[in-house]
Design a protein around this ligand. Structure first.
Ligand code: SF4
Length: 235
């Protein structure tokens, strides 16, 4: 197991305070409004990949207004699902995955969302990110970390991990962070990534984490073009 990363404790405490009042990520909002229903969390997470939060929220709402359960959603044609979820990215692929997932939930799992990582990964379009988020939000797992592009990017900028892919980051974070933070890492870092530590031009000048952040890989920030510590500014 890799050694614990530095400053996880103060960073997570600072984020807990700082995200209070910021807009929640779309799937968190849907989970809250749908009383953590596993099926709704699963479908909303499938729709959310590479899609703006506002689009995910609107598409999920339209779909759930027409079909609330795997049985009713499985009866929709792929074309109908496409029209309901458009313009989420890859809406044609996602519509097929939604329909196939509903069928499998009915055929193999009695119309319920399974509660194990292994079973969730058998569903079409479900990868570790989706499975982890379903386990955390819907089944209240405290043993999972959900890593998307925000968590991957910020964990590397903070120097907690040194990884190339979200899957590598997930594995590394289990060793680098204390277990009590695992269920919160996604909510805190995604919210921070959408508002402050953005993919390009992060707002380091306004960030509450500057005291603990080495800004690994950050060449330019939103407010100034000054180089991050120890790094050259690209010209
Ligand atoms: S200081 Fe900059 S790079 Fe570090 S977490 Fe904050 S915004 Fe991101």
């Amino acid at each position: 197991m890799s050694p614990r990363a530095k400053h996880v404790e103060p960073v997570m405490r600072a984020l807990a305070r700082a995200i209070d009042g910021l807009e929640l990520p779309a799937v968190e909002k849907i989970s809250e409004s749908r009383k953590e229903d596993p099926f709704h969390v699963l479908i909303a997470t499938l729709l959310s990949a590479r899609t703006q939060d506002a689009t995910t929220l609107a598409a999920s709402t339209r779909l759930f207004e027409v079909a609330q359960s795997p049985r009713t959603m499985a009866k929709l044609t792929v074309k109908r699902i496409e029209r309901l979820i458009y313009p989420v990215s890859f809406y044609r692929h996602k519509a097929r995955h939604v329909k196939a997932t509903c069928r499998l939930l009915i055929e193999r799992f009695g119309g319920r969302v399974p509660e194990t990582m292994g079973e969730l990964l058998t569903l079409p379009g479900v990868g570790r990110k989706t499975a982890n988020l379903v386990l955390i939000l819907a089944f209240k797992s405290e043993r999972n970390i959900c890593v998307d592009t925000h968590v991957h990017r910020i964990s590397n900028r903070l120097g907690w991990v040194r990884t190339r892919t979200p899957d590598e980051t997930e594995r590394a974070l289990y060793g680098a962070t204390a277990a009590r933070w695992w269920p919160s890492i996604n909510l805190y870092l995604v919210t921070w990534g959408q508002n402050v530590c953005r993919p390009v031009y992060p707002r380091c000048g306004e960030c509450v984490l500057t005291a603990w952040c080495p800004r690994v890989g950050v060449a330019r920030t939103a407010r100034t073009t000054a180089a991050a510590p120890g790094e050259k500014v690209a010209v």
